[in-house]
Design a protein around this ligand. Sequence first.
Ligand code: IVH
Length: 674
Amino acid sequence: MGAPEAVRRRVEQLRREIERHNYLYYVLDQPEIPDAEYDKLMRELQALEQQYPELVTPDSPTQRVGAAPAKEFAEVVHEVPMLSLDNAFSDEELAEFDRRVRERLGVPRVEYSAEPKFDGLAVSLLYEDGVLVRGATRGDGYRGEDVTANVRTIRSIPLRLLRSGWPRRLEVRGEVIMTHARFRALNEALEKEGKKPFVNPRNAAAGSLRQLDPRITAARGLEFYCYGVGLVEGGRLPDRHSKILARLRDWGQRVPPWLERVRGYAGCKAYYERMAERRATLPFDIDGVVFKVDRLDQQEALGFVARAPRWAIARKFPPEEVMTRLLDIEVQVGRTGALTPVAKLEPVFVGGVTVSSATLHNEDEVHRKDIRIGDWVIVRRAGDVIPEVVAPVRSKRPKGARVFHMPKRCPVCGSAVVRLPGETIHYCTGGLYCPAQRRGAILHFVSRRAMDIEGFGEKLVAQLDARGLVKDVADLYGLTEAQLLTLDRMGPTLARKLLANIERSKETTFERFIYALGIREVGEVTARALAEHFQGDLEALMHASRETLEQIPDIGPVVAGHIERFFAEPHNREVIRKLLAAGIHWPRPRARRQTRLAGKTFVLTGALTSMTREEAKARLQALGARVSGSVSRRTDYVVVGESPGSKYDRARELGVPMLDETAFLELLSAAEQD
Ligand code: IVH
């Protein structure tokens, strides 16, 4: 009894599909599906082969580690094969791994070396007598590509090992990666040149390392972290993995940050959780953590299976990219009238949560990415970032997939939709006639960082709007208990609480008030800059010309234009008048003293011994001075504390006057006497 015909066919189909994805991934550096999807295909094939061992063939993708080397590079045969790692996708699988290791070794508890799993590409570096003689990619694990000239351009790879005592021939293994910052800059540059951007940092790293012209590699700013050794000849290394890494570090290799030695499953699990939390803050991608039995004698006793060691496992993070169906594209109208296309998705689990919609930013973006309604798409959710649709999977495009167009009329109020020349955003022209804009403006006004009026959620605001009780934000302050009691699910206790919250909001700050107005492109930072500049003087802000506004730090011509137009609009002036009449107020800072530091710009660098940076900043601001984060020609003084940073160099370059702490204290106290 062999395997059923249907199984044979499925196995063949899976192999062909996996081979195609291998080619896209390893040879072209342009994968079409997310890793999680690839893993699924591989696991299905593995499961079938396990169930029907007679179907296993030596050329099955399960028997190989990666792809054959590309033809452009000379071939390198790895004397010690570069194997892969088994994966654990859950705590249970990790516990299972630890159990197997303990049982095989016959010990109650095992020590592991715990490391991040870098999402880049594996590279082998061969050192002879301490000199880098060859760099190679992993290829299929047995034969890779000779990329010596390229790895020599990577600054974190030492061309010579430091100190002495290295084995005569030593193969260092590790991962070449690209940071997020480099990746973004590279893709921007590629797009400007009209070239195809890379899908993710890993493919960018692979594509950059596998360049025939090493000058291109050099310009890409790749980085290397070593995580082990391969060939060791003519010398000895320590008897623990963690000690080998420490030794490699002494020899000038860059070893992973956050290396730890942990004990047993509990130690592994705790490490995984720590790293999962840290993941979103790292400057590069990691897709999991790796646990390796630390003692080499134990590693040896455990040995290998087909393509991976029994002594190591990769505990993978939940995928940040998955594939799902794009069911529809809806258009949402924001408080400024901006129309945003939103993808409605077949719900998927990604980045640790279930996602059913994702932003598509604007119409151009949808067309640039060639995303069509009905497509299979790749959805990404990394850290706490809002989910986005990365790209369609073109090879899976169904026949009826439809191209998306922005509607000509606002889907909420039916007003005409316009797109200003040179802008990517479409706007509803309905203004406050459009309920979406009215409600959005109210929700923004009451939000925590604006007027902070608790209790006003979307449902309540929609009701107040629908009944005509709140036509603009100023109407909030005229609401009565009797009016509130006419609303659904409203009792006297809640009504009184809401009114108390409204009352409390009357005492606010100038910057909150400016932010709450919802002027286009005036976020919290700009609101703060305006508040600082106009020192509580709303009249002055309302009458400021575009030119005056542009003098304020961080305000450019576009935002200045938005602010000027906002205050020129009679309706807005009327709302502001009503808000002030209702009793909204904020402290007016004491009239600014005319000190010798008024209007001067300071930059602080290094630590002061007599006060914290915050105190120094507050004292300067009280004297009318400005404190900026970076040195420019407009800086009046740079205050240099202990161990100053690059601002000191910059100040020297530009010839900006510098004050040491003593001189600074003298100047402060003199100005405070003014
Ligand atoms: S050890 C025999 N350690 O993951 C052990 N690999 O899935 C081989 N990787 O090809 C690898 N970070 O490209 C190891 N700290 C780490 C790693 C790591 C990333 C990659 C490496 C390897 C792949 C295996």
